[in-house]
Design a binder for this molecule. Structure first.
Ligand SMILES: [Zn+2]
Length: 296
């Protein structure tokens, strides 16, 4: 099944619901970044929330989300856009932490792997300036942290559910999430009804692993009151290019450029997001250097 998200209204248009399956894109991210299980779960949840959030923007706009924290993962960055494309990077992908005790014993301990810190959201709305807002992480479990972010920074009361199941061979078995956004016209009755729906709902990764589609999960969340507005494919997509990196090279200072040309006699650049390698030969660097000088 392809990854996709549904955007819908429910409960008489008083709640907006996003539901996403992201098993393939999180598996792709795992393979690119060689994440270990707890890092896979944390990064996967972050990618999933970001992918759904990206759909809240208009064509041509994009968002960059960053988590900076004191846990072993230490930082993660994701870019998302309304086309359903995400790409990201993770500072320490080699994290495999489990709960040692308590009811979650044996499960992946995402909260401790992320730790305390902040979630930053930078919006590129095609204006001269970028807009950044941030909020403190609540549990490091990502879902709670987004719920808090939406309430605090966007004044949009929401409930965010995210989940990633990792297989014994470390591959991604199931991944997905939902965001419920309460519209200003929502009634107290519907809010308390939603609370009981969410409390009864099995983890979203379990639902996806059981073969439930986003349509079926949406029906559970909306109590069949939904009206689908849009369906969007989701993917891990990196649009890096040799031309893009040539532009970055042309921004280097004279000395660094001189060393690349005369000492290294070439340059190899690896994209942080997709790990694709780009090689620039000495003559190519000389051309980049000349165009840089012409521009002054
Ligand atoms: Zn790339």
């Amino acid at each position: 099944m392809k990854d996709y998200a549904l955007i819908a209204y429910a409960y008489d248009k008083s709640v907006r619901i996003y539901v996403a399956t992201t098993t393939n894109l999180v598996e792709e991210a795992r393979q690119i970044h060689n994440t270990w299980p707890t890092a896979t779960a944390a990064f996967g949840r972050f990618l999933t929330a970001s992918a759904m959030m990206g759909l809240m923007y208009k064509k041509g706009e994009r968002i960059t989300l960053k988590i900076k924290s004191d846990g072993p993962i230490s930082s993660m960055l994701v870019e998302a856009n309304p086309e359903g494309e995400v790409r990201g990077e993770i500072n320490n992908p080699e994290v495999y932490l489990k709960y040692e005790n308590g009811p979650k014993k044996g499960k992946l301990n995402v909260g401790d792997a992320v730790g305390s810190g902040f979630l930053y959201v930078t919006k590129d709305l095609n204006m001269k300036e970028y807009f950044t807002s941030s909020s403190a992480l609540q549990t490091g479990e990502i879902g709670d942290d987004f719920t808090y972010y939406f309430a605090l920074s966007e004044q949009s009361p929401s409930s965010v559910g995210l989940g990633v199941l990792v297989n014994v061979d470390m591959s991604v078995l199931a991944s997905g999430g939902y965001i419920l956004q309460l519209m200003p016209n929502v009634s107290e009755d519907i809010i308390s009804h939603l609370e009981s729906v969410i409390a009864k709902l099995p983890p979203i990764s379990t639902l996806i692993n059981d073969g439930k589609t986003p349509e079926e999960i949406l029906a559970l969340l909306s109590d069949q009151t939904h009206q689908i507005l849009d369906k969007k494919d989701l993917s891990y997509t990196c649009r890096c290019s040799k031309e893009g990196f040539a532009r970055s090279l042309s921004a280097l200072d004279e000395e660094t450029m001189h060393d690349l040309i005369h000492e290294d006699e070439g340059a190899e650049i690896i994209c942080h997001f997709c790990h694709k390698k780009y090689h620039f030969t000495k003559p190519e660097l000389e051309i980049i250097n000349k165009s840089r000088k012409k521009r002054g």
